[in-house]
Design a protein around this ligand. Structure first.
Ligand code: PGA
Length: 251
């Protein structure tokens, strides 16, 4: 059975005291509620340890927004999988479009990171998505197929079955322009078919495929009711506890 998973990507927002406030608010907002989705938050690196200690008595799980693919060494400014594990991260977002476009991450680097995450018992949330230009040129499927095949290269079927995939059309991220539920479903169904080819039908049917890109309380329900949309990767709307709560409660 696949699970609904709602993840909040804080991006480069919230200093330590703001992070403490947001997590406390979120815990209060979710307390006593019946949840049909797993809840993950991905604060900036410097807040992970504190946030981890605050969520210990809650349902909230911890993710990092990125990591390096090497074990350790001379990589100034980078963070390793083992470091993330040591502060309680169970998940890591990999290949976010901001990492790909602003920081030049390639499919090859992202694939190494995916392997490194598994080697350290961290579940990767692998992001994929096309730009507006690629969509307008009819290239969305081709781009997504390329990113997924490259990201999953040389993985075992059981590893593929333990990943989370996030489809995030770049043109919908932070723009207020969401993909329509039909547009998102079309890509999600395509991704699941691709995952079937890369693993098998049973494995692919159990993989959570999140949608991301301007998910808000007022559009979450419709998106999440699509048959192949199993969760959301939320940016802007996760920075306020009440709006993130509403998205979590929309499944
Ligand atoms: P957004 O970001 O919800 O602000 O569009 C989503 C993301 O980039 O993960």
């Amino acid at each position: 059975m696949r699970k609904y998973i709602i993840a909040g990507n804080w991006k480069m927002n919230k200093n330590l005291s703001e992070a403490i406030q947001l997590v406390s608010d979120l815990k209060n907002e979710l307390a006593g509620k019946t949840l049909n989705a797993d809840v993950i938050i991905a604060p900036p690196f410097v807040n992970l340890e504190t946030v981890n200690s605050l969520i210990k008595d809650s349902v909230i799980k911890l993710a990092a927004q990125n990591m390096h693919f090497a074990d350790s060494g001379a990589f100034t400014g980078e963070i390793s999988a083992q470091m993330l594990k040591s502060v309680g991260c169970e998940y890591v977002i990999l290949g976010h479009s901001e990492r790909r476009t602003i920081f030049g991450e390639t499919d090859e680097m992202i694939n190494k990171k995916v392997h490194q995450a598994f080697a350290n018992n961290i579940t990767p949330i692998l992001c994929c998505g096309e730009s507006l230009e690629e969509r307008e040129n009819g290239k969305a499927f081709e781009i997504i197929e390329g990113q997924i095949k490259a990201g999953l290269k040389d993985l075992e079927t059981t590893q593929i079955g333990n990943m989370i995939i996030a489809y995030e059309p770049i043109w919908a991220i932070g723009t207020g322009k969401t993909a329509s539920p039909e547009q998102a479903q079309e890509i999600h169904a395509f991704i699941r078919k691709l995952l079937t080819e890369l693993s098998n039908e049973e494995t692919a049917n159990n993989i959570t495929i999140q949608y991301g890109g301007s998910v808000k309380p007022n559009n979450a329900k419709e998106l999440l009711s699509q048959p192949d949309i199993d969760g959301a990767l939320v940016g802007g709307a996760c920075l306020k506890a009440d709006s993130f709560r509403d998205i979590v409660l929309s499944v």
